[in-house]
Design a protein around this ligand. Structure first.
Ligand code: NAD
Length: 340
């Protein structure tokens, strides 16, 4: 496997929170990393021994493919620039902020003959993969009701997160992971109903906000997704409870290992945007290895561009449901292309 990724030069675009996690994974895979960012590239390069590319054009000229870890509203433009340069792309979730934009990106990639893989890392968390395997092996029979929850601290450090026009809000930014899971585990969705409390006012997501989305699947299964951006310091927690005809699968991240770090210098006011790892290999490393091998002509990874577009489509339908107070019929729902 190591030789499959020999002599790899990755163009990392962005140098914020999640960049650190991607850099650790790329370094573990032995990649050369060229980083380009509006801010923070030099500091990141110094911390990890990377090379800085002063311009986007330089990254696109030198890198084998790009890994986009910039704020969500920039994903479309940067992905299209990479595609225009003939480069394959790995892009953090959400792929774009609207389904119309995701389809534009995927159509451009198809026309250029390049690949775009969205980084839906939850598919690489061992508990979620184990659930997927168990469901697809028929171990619990057809799923009747699937519940997913995901909570994190309300994002404080980067101003764009709480600006719903730029992040899409808690559903597009955080719940998008579980919308993807629901579809991965239970299949295509026929209707979407969503509520959020308290509501967004003047385009700014409240601190301590919870959203609930109900998905009805073609199979008849129902998924109930809850996502919370809690008060600063809220621990990152996720979980699921999948009830099938012949059994139940459940997981809560807080109970998975019993291993807890309580450090005197661990700040309570930092952004807690990234789930703690289970013991064992980082799921971000598992993810980037599989995606990079896919980009080098290896097996198709477990998540591809169409999955990223589908998750965005569900999040956009959830927003439409909140705005109208109605259940959205996915047979007739079309992306407005408008972010907020
Ligand atoms: N999968 C996960 O677990 C996970 C966790 C956190 C964030 N994310 C996603 O990762 C992305 C980045 O989030 P973050 O918290 O690291 O953001 P951030 O605000 O901390 O960092 C963004 C970085 O991108 C740079 N940047 C902004 N616009 C740019 C542009 N046009 N060109 C080049 N650089 C640019 C900024 O200067 C900054 O260095 C978001 O889409 C977010 O949803 C995913």
């Amino acid at each position: 496997m190591a030789e499959q990724l020999a002599d790899l030069t990755v163009g990392l675009i962005g140098a914020g929170n999640i960049a650190h996690v991607h850099v650790a994974a790329w370094k573990a895979l032995g990649a050369r990393i060229l980083v380009h960012s509006v801010e923070g590239a030099e500091a990141l390069a110094e911390e990890y021994g990377l090379e800085v590319a002063p311009t986007l054009d330089e990254v696109l000229a030198q890198a084998e493919f790009v890994d986009i870890v910039t704020p969500s509203p920039t994903h479309k433009e940067l992905t299209l620039a990479a595609i225009a340069a003939g480069k394959n792309v790995i892009c953090e979730k959400p792929l774009t902020l609207t389904a119309a934009d995701s389809h534009e990106v995927m159509a451009a990639a198809a026309a250029a003959g390049v690949k775009v893989y969205p980084a839906h890392v939850v598919r690489y968390f061992p508990e979620y993969k184990a659930a997927y395997d168990a469901v697809h092996e028929g171990r619990i029979g057809p799923i009747a009701v699937a519940r997913f929850f995901r909570q994190a601290s309300s994002p404080a450090g980067s101003d764009w997160y709480r600006d719903v026009a730029r992040s899409g809000g808690v559903i597009m930014d955080l719940m998008v992971h579980d919308l993807d899971q629901a579809q991965w585990l239970c299949g295509p969705v026929t209707s979407v109903y969503a509520v959020q409390n308290p509501p967004t006012v003047d385009g700014v997501s409240p601190v301590n906000v919870a959203a609930h989305v109900t998905l009805t699947h073609e199979s008849g299964a129902v998924s109930l997704c809850r996502a919370t951006w809690g008060v600063p310091g809220t621990p990152f927690r996720t979980g699921f409870h999948l009830a099938g005809a012949s059994g139940v699968l459940k997981h809560t991240s807080s109970a998975d290992t019993g291993f807890i770090e309580e450090l005197q210098e661990g700040g309570g006011d930092v952004d807690l945007l990234i789930p703690e790892n289970a013991l064992g290999e980082s799921p971000y490393l598992t993810q980037l290895r599989e995606l990079a091998i896919g980009l080098r002509g290896g097996p198709e990874p477990r998540v591809v561009g169409a999955d990223g577009a589908a998750a965005v489509y569900l999040a956009e339908a959830a927003r439409a449901s909140m705005e109208s107070g109605q259940t959205i019929d996915m047979k007739s729902f079309t992306s407005s292309g408008a972010v907020a």
